[in-house]
Write a protein that binds this ligand. Structure first.
Ligand code: ZN
Ligand code: FE
Length: 257
């Protein structure tokens, strides 16, 4: 399975999964149909699946057009997004499995950003494979999604599930927010050497318009404050009684940042 990252709009990423042997492809969160159609044509691949993480228009905006061109493509989304995702055929819940080519993904229910948000995790099958996580707007490189329809408790539960995956897992999140996220992280933990180093790297990459996605889970655990709600120093820094409160304070501060 090859993964291609297509930029869309100002800061979205669309991911195209490709199996060159069968000449088939799938797409994760097609914000815009145009770059996807171009890529499929270039690859000479038939679109067989659309994997949506949640109903926001910058994630499902391409569904209708892609279905016009590829009427046999199957549209997957969370069960709670029924009637919110255009063309949805399958209504997924925690623990469901979906397949593409020779890979099978596990579905995680990760409410918080929206009430129906899901993530797709493809575990490695061959020794050369990495785990691939498509997490939409739940976990970002250096940050996490805003709480539009969920509570801090839900988001901490959701992020906990993702944090439990192997450290080498690649994180394919849907937006290029990394630089701003790390600027915020540095205001929270100015002495964290891992954040400082990562900030330098990301600044250099972005100054050359290079993408910072995919990220790697092990690096997120060291540098993303939104995966560090139960670290004693973060609880102290945010002057919180407990992990949920710590997370809620961080999220509140980030909303103002
Ligand atoms: Zn969203
Ligand atoms: Fe989004």
């Amino acid at each position: 399975m090859q993964i291609y990252r297509l930029p869309a709009f100002s800061d979205n990423y669309i991911f195209v999964l490709h199996d060159p042997e069968q000449q088939i492809a799938a797409v994760v969160d097609p914000a815009d149909p145009q770059p996807v159609l171009q890529k499929l044509q270039f690859l000479q691949a038939e679109l067989v699946a659309i994997f949506n993480t949640h109903h926001h228009s910058d994630h499902v905006g391409g569904n209708r057009r892609l279905l016009q061109v590829y009427p046999h493509a199957v549209v997957y989304g969370g069960e709670g997004d029924r009637s919110r995702i255009p063309g949805q055929h399958y209504f997924l819940k925690e623990g469901d499995r979906v397949t593409f080519a020779d890979r099978e993904a596990e579905v995680f229910f990760v409410p918080g950003h929206t009430r129906a948000h899901i993530a797709y995790y493809f575990p490695p099958i061959a020794p050369k494979d990495l785990g691939e996580l498509f997490c939409g707007d739940t976990l970002f490189a250096g940050g996490c999604g805003r709480l539009f329809e969920g509570t801090p408790t839900q988001m901490v539960n959701s992020l906990s599930k993702l944090r439990d995956l192997p450290d080498q897992t690649r994180i394919w999140c849907a937006h290029e927010y990394t630089l701003k996220n790390l600027q915020f992280a540095l205001t929270i933990e100015p002495e964290n050497i891992h954040i400082k180093q990562r900030y330098q790297q990301v600044q250099a990459a972005r100054s050359h318009s290079q993408p910072t996605i995919p990220s790697v889970l092990g690096i997120e655990k060291q540098t993303n404050p939104f995966l560090r709600w139960d670290q004693p120093d973060l609880i102290q820094i945010t002057q919180s009684q407990d992990p949920i409160q710590c997370f809620a304070r961080l999220r509140g501060q980030k909303d103002q940042f």
